[in-house]
Design a protein around this ligand. Structure first.
Ligand code: GCU
Length: 688
């Protein structure tokens, strides 16, 4: 028994109504033998079946003839019984990861068949079946065909080996004990199971910040183990066991690497991407990595950003930088994920990524993916979508979401990101005319969607039981962005908390309404952002309010609020295609929830219903707190319906969230009042 939580893989006993048919069809399982993935499948059945059915599974190496019914898992190539009972050409047409679930008649027995063209698909198919049983769906007449929407569904674990910490991870220390590798911990496998159960097929093991600036000068040693050192030969060798744990679950491993690795790891005196020795060093390093890990996914690079080195150090551009490293990965079919999160000379950071990357469209090597955050700033509670989406048709792009809660309550607040991701996915970029939503992009073989992860050593994994939902929802929505928020949320709640309808309704409602509440109390809800405390150390905190620190992000002055990002201002709005650009450009048509992101307006500017901007900000701040109080009360109705441990944990978190929401509300309301000099009509903001 582990101390830590099973998250959504609890496998609690199925509903009595279903138990008979589940037992009849799934107690006996005939599973193909040949690969590591199939041994993971058998292990998963050994874990799940006793819980779900209250009986141990019988695992067979051939079709049982007298069981009366059984579960068969294998590719048509592996198992004749499968080939005989499903349309083989349909299976073969499925993309990697896709699977079929069918209930069939076979030699007088009724059987459930899980089949796929690849072993990875069998892992997903098995988890899918177990999910159906966990939520109480029937399995006696299955006809399911599933394929992942995006080829790459990656988790970026911002693990900083140095601290054994996870940057922006709020679930405790890192689960990876790097110093002890090749020793493995059971938790690694459980992590792989959680990821695979929602379809994630790649994991970047370490932080994009692979080096803690400033870099020591020559002769001075780093005093601790940093991310860039994972490319050292000994570290790579030690990692191969961990890589196989993920491989069993169909997950490929990637590493974040430092652009200056040729110097840091290789001892060269330059990392200039056009230098022959540097290119040769990358080639040899890639050969070494693939020798040890033949299915290695590739590298992720954060360059020229927040103290990390990059091509600008050598007067080269991002194409030069990315293509040099990509060339080393290319002979191995490896991919380079190159982040677009860069800073530059612009006063308004929003314009930077597009300005830097759009002119480079078509110049990146075929195995480079440019990885772009969902919005132009940095994982704020609400941002407009990045202007790069749809703007680089000749380049493979990846969309980067935040699973963890850097600016949304840091694993203390219950803030569910799925509604935000849906808003991003549904946004019409007009890239290919009307009807080109964000979700229709990223469908090339070298494209995909990435989530910045949240798990750590905490019993809860994510620091908050309810925030396990973000990890779950990320995988599920990236598998199929057409699946509704309600459906994904319902699945998660039922697997995590069981079938009590009062619990399902309350938890679903809490999750559904949590994001808008966070936007209201942390920003005032009209498109303002980045008003948090930065702390003494580089980029720390981001939890407490401190709107005076970076006025450039929200544009609060005596005469008004918001940032002019129109063509007459910083020029961000015109980076969109028409009619999106036109819509944002005009105060009249700009949606209210983003109004102050695009426009600097007088405090008394009237919104469509006649309310002034400053009054709406006050109202939203107060509404946000009231909403969190309501959600806390809703949770409190579940006392006695949810186990004591999780009930108390979430209750305490809610108390802290309410207190912190009030802190945000009061700080921002006073800050607005101090600049506007206009009192709240409802008299809630005390005159100081
Ligand atoms: C934010 C965050 C950093 C992170 C950076 C990134 O700035 O605060 O911790 O490194 O984003 O995405 O690279």
């Amino acid at each position: 028994m582990n101390d830590y939580d099973d998250c959504w893989l609890r496998y609690d006993r199925a509903d009595a109504d279903r138990l008979d048919s589940y037992r009849r069809l799934c107690r006996h399982a005939y599973v193909a033998e040949k690969s590591p993935e199939l041994s993971a499948v058998r292990d998963e059945l050994r874990r799940a079946i006793p819980g779900l059915l209250g009986e141990d599974p019988h695992l067979w190496q051939h079709p049982p003839s007298t069981a009366g019914g059984f579960l068969a898992i294998g590719t048509p190539d592996d198992m004749r019984m499968v080939a005989d009972s499903v349309p083989v050409d349909e299976v073969e047409r499925l993309t990697d990861g896709g699977f079929l679930l069918r209930t069939v008649e076979w030699e007088g027995q009724r059987c459930v068949v899980v089949t796929a063209p690849t072993d990875r698909g069998l892992v997903y198919g098995t988890f899918h079946l177990l999910r159906l049983m966990s939520v109480g769906d029937p399995v006696d007449d299955l006809d399911v065909r599933e394929e992942p929407t995006y080829a790459n569904r990656l988790l970026n674990q911002w693990d900083t080996p140095f601290h054994r910490s996870v940057e922006r991870g709020y679930g405790g220390e890192s689960i990876f004990d790097w110093e002890r590798l090749p020793d493995l911990r059971e938790r690694y496998e459980d992590y792989a199971r959680l990821l695979a159960s929602v379809g994630i097929n790649g994991v970047v093991l370490n932080n994009v910040n692979t080096e803690k600036p400033p870099r020591p000068s020559a002769g001075e040693a780093f005093d601790a183990f940093e991310g860039w050192q994972l490319l050292e030969s000994g570290r790579l060798e030690a990692m191969t066991g961990l890589v196989s744990v993920f491989r069993r679950y169909g997950i490929r491993t990637y590493l974040s690497v430092n652009f200056a690795s040729p110097m840091l790891v290789g001892g060269l005196d330059t990392a200039d991407p056009l230098d022959d020795e540097v290119r040769e060093w990358w080639r040899e390093k890639a050969d070494e990595v693939y020798d040890l890990i033949p299915d290695f996914g590739g590298f992720l690079v954060k360059a020229d950003s927040e103290g990390q080195p990059g091509p600008y150090d050598y007067d080269r551009d991002h194409v030069d930088g990315a293509n040099a490293i990509a060339a080393a990965l290319d002979p191995h079919n490896g991919r380079l994920w190159w982040r677009a999160f860069v800073y530059g000379s612009h006063e308004d950071r929003a314009v930077q990524a597009y300005d830097t990357f759009e002119p480079l469209d078509g110049e990146f090597a075929d195995n480079v993916t440019v990885q772009v955050k969902n919005g132009p700033i940095d994982f704020q509670p609400r941002e407009p979508v990045s202007t790069l989406f749809g703007a680089m048709p000749e380049t493979d792009l990846g969309l980067e979401f935040q699973i963890t809660g850097e600016y949304t309550g840091q694993g203390v607040h219950a803030t569910y990101h799925l509604p935000m991701w849906e808003e991003v996915f549904e946004f019409d970029t007009h890239a290919d005319g009307q009807g080109t939503p964000v979700k229709s992009l990223f469908r090339g073989d070298g494209e995909g969607v990435v989530g910045v992860g949240s798990v750590g050593e905490d019993d809860t994994w994510t620091g908050h039981y309810l925030m396990q939902s973000n990890l779950y929802a990320f995988g599920r929505t990236v598998w199929d962005p057409d699946r509704s928020v309600e459906e994904i949320t319902d699945e998660w709640v039922r697997q995590t908390f069981g079938a009590d309808e009062a619990v399902v309704d309350a938890v679903s409602e809490i999750l559904r309404d949590s994001w808008e509440a966070c936007i209201d109390y942390e920003t005032g809800g009209l498109g303002l952002m980045h008003m948090m405390y930065n702390g003494e150390a580089l980029l720390e905190n981001h939890y407490d309010p401190s709107p005076g620190e970076w006025p450039g992000y929200h544009g609060v002055t005596e005469d008004g609020v918001g940032v002019d990002r129109t063509s007459g201002g910083s020029g961000y709005a015109p980076q969109y295609r028409d009619p999106v650009a036109e819509r944002y450009e005009s105060v009249e048509t700009c949606p209210e929830e983003l109004l102050l992101f695009f426009h600097h307006l007088p405090w008394e500017h009237e919104l469509s219903d006649g309310t002034t901007v400053v009054q709406r900000l006050y109202d939203n701040l107060f509404a946000g707190v009231e909403e969190v109080e309501r959600l806390r009360d809703l949770w409190r109705t579940l006392e006695g319906r949810v186990d004591e441990k999780r009930y108390r944990h979430v209750s305490e978190r809610f108390d802290e969230q309410v207190a912190q929401a009030k802190r945000w509300r009061d700080t921002l309301a006073h800050y607005f009042y101090d600049h506007a000099g206009i009192p709240d009509e409802a008299g809630r903001v005390p005159n100081r």
